[in-house]
Each structure stands twice: as C-alpha cells, then as structure tokens.
Design a protein around this ligand. Structure first.
Ligand SMILES: Nc1nc2c(ncn2[C@@H]2O[C@H](COP(=O)(O)OP(=O)(O)OP(=O)(O)O)[C@@H](O)[C@H]2O)c(=O)[nH]1
Ligand SMILES: [Mg+2]
Ligand SMILES: [Zn+2]
Length: 353
C-alpha cells in the first residue's frame, strides 16, 4: 500500500481492518496507539514519537456508561489543542480485547488489538499445566492466537521431560516452545509471530521472564527485569504497567505485569472450545450424557490426561458459578430499583399533589 500514514503506523501494529474502522468513524484527528495507560493520562504513539494525552471528558463519560476503559493497544483518534496539549477524542472499537474479571463482576480490559498472546511459564517452580490451560481458555475465547513459551530451559535439568509431558497434554494446534529467554536465539524461534504489523502480548506470572524476553526480542535492555525469590522461585512484580514497544522487523510487543489469581472472563462454550480434544473424544463415549466420571467405556478417561480432565471440570464449575451469580446480581438490582421506585411513589403520595 502506498499510503504514508499507513506506512508510518505499520510498525506500531496498524492494519487494514483498523484503517477501515478509523475511516468509518469520520472523526478529524490523528490515529494513534495507546502504548501505556496511566492514572489520568495515556501515552500515545503516532508511529514516530510518543505523546502524553488526556481523554476528553465526553469520551470518559461514554466509556463509563459502557463500563469500558482505555487499554494498552487501543487505537484512538487524537487532536492537539491550541496550547499544544493532546486530547483523545474517540476510541476505535478494538478487533480483539483481553479482559479479566474481578470478584464483584466488573471487567478490566488488559490489552486490545493483539494478534498473538505468548503465554510464558518458567520450567522452574512456576511450572503449572493447569494455569497454562486457564490462560489458553481466556486467550482463545478472545479470538487471540496463543503460543506457550516455557522459559528457563537452561536452569532445569529435566526441561525436555516437562516439555514432553505438556506436549502430550495440550492439543496439537497449540504451539509450544522451550527457551532460554536471555538467549538471542529466541528471536529465530519466535519469528513466526513477529511479522510486520503484528502485535504480541506477553502474559504469565511474575518472574516468568516476560521482561527478559521482551528485552531479548528488542535487542536492548529497555524493560527492567527483576530477580526471583530464592525460597519459592516467585517473582517480585518488577513490571508495573502494560507497555507497547515496537521491535526491529515491524512487530510490536506488549510487556505486562505478572498476573496473579487470574479469573476467567468467559462462559462454558468458550471453555469447551479451548478443550476441543475432550469434546472430540466424548463422541466415542457410550453414553451421550457421559460425565467422564466412572461410566464404563468412557473414551475421554482413556484419551485425556487425568489432570487435564480434572482442570476442565474445575473451569466449567467456575464458569457456571460466575454465570449464576451474574444473573442473581441482575435480579437483585432489578428488585432494588423496583423497591426504591415504590418508596418514592409512597413519599409523593404522602406529600400530596
Ligand atoms: N537463566 C534464565 N533466567 C531467566 C530466564 N527468563 C527469566 N530469567 C530470570 O528470571 C528473573 C525474572 O525475570 P523477569 O523478566 O523480570 O520476569 P517478569 O515475567 O517480567 O516478571 P514481572 O515483571 O514481575 O511480572 C530475572 O532475573 C531473569 O533474568 C531464562 O530463560 N533463563
Ligand atoms: Mg516484567
Ligand atoms: Zn465419557
């Protein structure tokens, strides 16, 4: 495409679908990408420079009504006022969005417009196939392509065995890598995800090596990397913000803080989709409503790793519980509204016309 604006924005992840959305908005201003969200402002990239900007109060109101917020990776249209200050006028509806759910049911956008999520997990004390399955479900439900990256391969003796065990457990379609995140050779290993215009987010626990890998892919120590506690191998929550960084070759990376206690924001259908191997195997079970518990001739129990099956059922229970509480909450809100309307009507009647 011979379009100077497109060429300038390409290294920060611009693509034809976003270009179309920006054009459809018909808003005057400059398309820019959110590289970091701060308390009252955002950092925007215009393909050449970064600028601090503040969302217009009108935009904040619109976002609040829709229970949305700006996230790293969002595209926006911004304009400069006569004093030289940048203002975000609109948010471009993202192509993909990863969110987490808080206990009170509210959602928090983590990152927007991501093509690939690299799910990092250390082969050391961090290693947990269950956690990886949880991340996979979350990412796949959002329409984002996942790849699992096992780090610290150089640190553990039985790295190959752990890799093989996970390889056997996860569906074939899920790419799996085992790397030393500090070794420049990872650039070749992960090259397939780093084409020009691609946006890649790094997710995983604190200490998994997200910032270390980011720096290796950047070829420069831009992100601070922390140590891990000697006693339990856990990280120190070194990274505090989600930051988008363009790398040589035209892709961009979003380094993120370690996620703790990640609640899934998805339903049973999404979990089923991420555990397609179980659904597929279930077709061979003798009973149509087989729970894959102790039914005779259960093919799922035969084919699926027991712990994977256990985790699948656990995630399903979680999704069911969330769906229930969501409906219950809505019912309760409706009840309160009706009560307060009735109370208001009584007050009015008392006061007379
Ligand atoms: N030997 C070795 N050390 C690694 C590897 N990956 C990460 N580390 C080390 O692990 C520690 C934590 O790495 P970070 O990159 O800070 O981890 P992080 O995922 O960014 O952690 P948070 O920012 O806290 O979420 C650092 O001391 C890294 O040098 C690896 O593949 N091999
Ligand atoms: Mg970090
Ligand atoms: Zn069964």
């Amino acid at each position: 495409m011979n379009d100077p604006l497109f060429d300038r924005l390409r290294p920060i992840g611009f693509n034809p679908a976003i270009a179309q959305r920006v054009a459809a908005l018909g808003v005057d201003g400059v398309p820019m990408r959110v590289t970091e969200v701060q308390r009252e402002s955002v950092l925007l990239h215009d393909g050449i420079d970064e600028h601090f900007a503040r969302p217009l109060p009108g935009l904040l109101r619109v976002l609040a009504v829709e229970r949305l917020s700006l996230a790293t990776g969002d595209w926006v249209v911004a304009r400069r006022d006569p004093h030289g200050a940048w203002w975000v006028h609109v948010r471009v509806e993202p192509l993909t969005s990863l969110a987490r759910r808080h206990d009170d049911g509210t959602r928090q956008a983590l990152v927007s417009n991501v093509d690939t999520a690299l799910l990092l997990m250390g082969l050391d004390g961090d290693f947990s196939p269950r956690r990886i399955e949880r991340y996979l479900a979350l990412v796949q439900a959002a329409g984002v392509g996942p790849a699992v990256v096992l780090t610290k391969r150089d640190l553990v003796a039985d790295a190959d065995a752990a890799y093989e065990r996970l390889r056997e457990r996860l569906p074939r379609a899920v790419a799996l890598h085992a790397v030393d995140a500090r070794n420049p050779a990872v650039r070749d290993e992960l090259r397939p995800y780093l084409d020009a215009g691609q946006t890649v987010v790094l997710l995983g626990s604190s200490g998994a090596g997200k910032s270390t890998l980011t720096n290796t892919l950047l070829g420069a120590a831009v992100q601070a990397a922390g140590g891990v506690r000697a006693d339990d191998g856990r990280g120190r929550h070194t990274t505090r913000a989600r930051t988008l960084l363009p790398i040589a070759g035209g892709a961009c990376l979003i380094d993120t803080p370690g996620l703790r206690g990640l609640r899934l924001d998805l339903d049973q259908a999404a979990i089923d989709a991420s555990f397609g191997d179980i659904a597929q195997a279930a077709a061979g079970c003798r009973f149509r409503d087989c729970t894959h518990g102790d039914e005779p001739g259960c093919v799922v129990r035969e084919l699926i790793a027991p712990d994977r099956l256990k985790n699948y059922r656990k995630l399903q229970r979680e999704a069911r519980r969330d769906a229930l509480t969501f409906l219950e909450r809505r019912e309760q809100r409706a009840l309160w509204k009706a009560r307060s309307r009735a109370a208001q009507a009584r007050m009015k009647a008392k006061r007379g016309p």
